[in-house]
Write a protein that binds this ligand. Structure first.
Ligand SMILES: Nc1nc(=O)c2c([nH]1)NC[C@@H]1CN(c3ccc(C(=O)N[C@@H](CCC(=O)O)C(=O)O)cc3)C=[N+]21
Length: 284
């Protein structure tokens, strides 16, 4: 199979085109959706993602501000910045780039973001609403993967979805969103024994292990849909996923590449969430 690659970049641009129309309608009503991205320290990888986010904002006609803070900032100072953004009428969405330096309690910072501006969908209120199927901001990566599956005509109901990874920002919400679409969901993780037994049963396999090229064809059932959430650098310092693409592509019916798969969708959903946050200010 050669044309079984899911083009995340292509689908992301279809999503952002729709967002752009919504931005125009909002502007007609005097509201320009605004996103604030807070970046602590100077992790070069983080810087790239953050630049991508602000560039996309500008392209869609949205307002964006980037707040860059010193690596050694105190938690209290960071919380003050969050509070200022919570009260800023021009800002509809707040994203504090994770991970944060050790001296800062991430949970406390996430909880300090107004749930009305929680475009990452990481606030406990957003997570709780997502769990019980109430409308809320959905975590951008799992939300983006649901869109990828939808645009790629992947059937979910009754399928066995296996997720490798149980982080709060990817694995756990991913399972919930798939469950809401009537998948049978299995979570695997670093302590799972005999991982192959589970992955070989997957109709949809979502890989978020954080280990470069860990999942090859031997883990994959013939015809499975494979979604690679990983972002790693290989031995040549080239971007690669948690899936060994060349190996997996031969058995998968559909598969996302890295780059050009899940990453661009994450950004597209962040734009959609920011747009939604701005629309909500007109309704309430
Ligand atoms: N509060 C918070 N929210 C996040 O959403 C968040 C975060 N913290 N911390 C870091 C991760 C990572 N992340 C990515 C987003 C886009 C790409 C992306 O666009 N990737 C491109 C390639 C980019 C490149 O060339 O480096 C692609 O896969 O094609 C990657 C990674 C969001 N994250």
């Amino acid at each position: 199979m050669s044309n079984n690659k899911i083009d995340g970049k292509q689908i992301a641009s279809q999503v952002t085109e729709k967002v752009q129309e919504r931005v125009e309608r909002l502007k007609e009503q005097g509201v320009t959706p605004g996103l604030a991205v807070v970046l602590v320290g100077n992790n070069p990888a983080s810087q790239t993602y953050v630049n991508n986010k602000t560039k996309t904002c500008e392209r869609l006609g949205m307002h964006s501000v980037m707040i860059e803070l010193e690596e050694n900032i105190t938690e209290q100072e960071l919380l003050k910045h969050v509070e200022t953004l919570n009260n800023d009428k021009k800002i509809h969405g707040i994203l504090v780039q994770l991970p944060l330096p050790k001296q800062i309690d991430e949970d406390r910072v996430i909880a300090a973001i107004s749930p009305l501006k929680d475009v990452d969908g990481f606030h406990p209120e957003s997570v709780g609403k997502m769990m019980i199927g109430q409308p809320t901001f959905l975590s951008c990566t799992p939300f983006g993967i649901m869109k990828l599956l939808e645009y790629s005509d992947v059937e979910i109901a009754g399928k066995h979805a296996v997720i490798i990874g149980r982080s709060n920002i990817v694995g756990k919400p991913m399972g919930q969103l798939l469950l809401q679409k009537d998948a049978t969901v299995t979570y695997c993780h670093s302590k799972t024994k005999d991982l192959h037994t589970f992955t070989k049963q997957a109709d949809i396999l979502v890989v978020a292990t954080g280990r470069a090229k860990m999942i090859d064809a031997s883990f994959i059932k013939e015809g499975a849909v494979v979604i690679d959430v990983g972002i790693n650098r290989d031995e040549h310092n080239k971007l690669c996923g948690d899936v060994d693409f060349a190996s997996a592509q031969a058995v998968a019916s559909k598969i996302t590449p890295v780059p050009g798969g899940v990453g661009p969708m994450t950004i597209a959903m962040l734009m959609e969430n920011t747009c939604l946050a701005a629309e909500n200010t007109l309704i309430n």
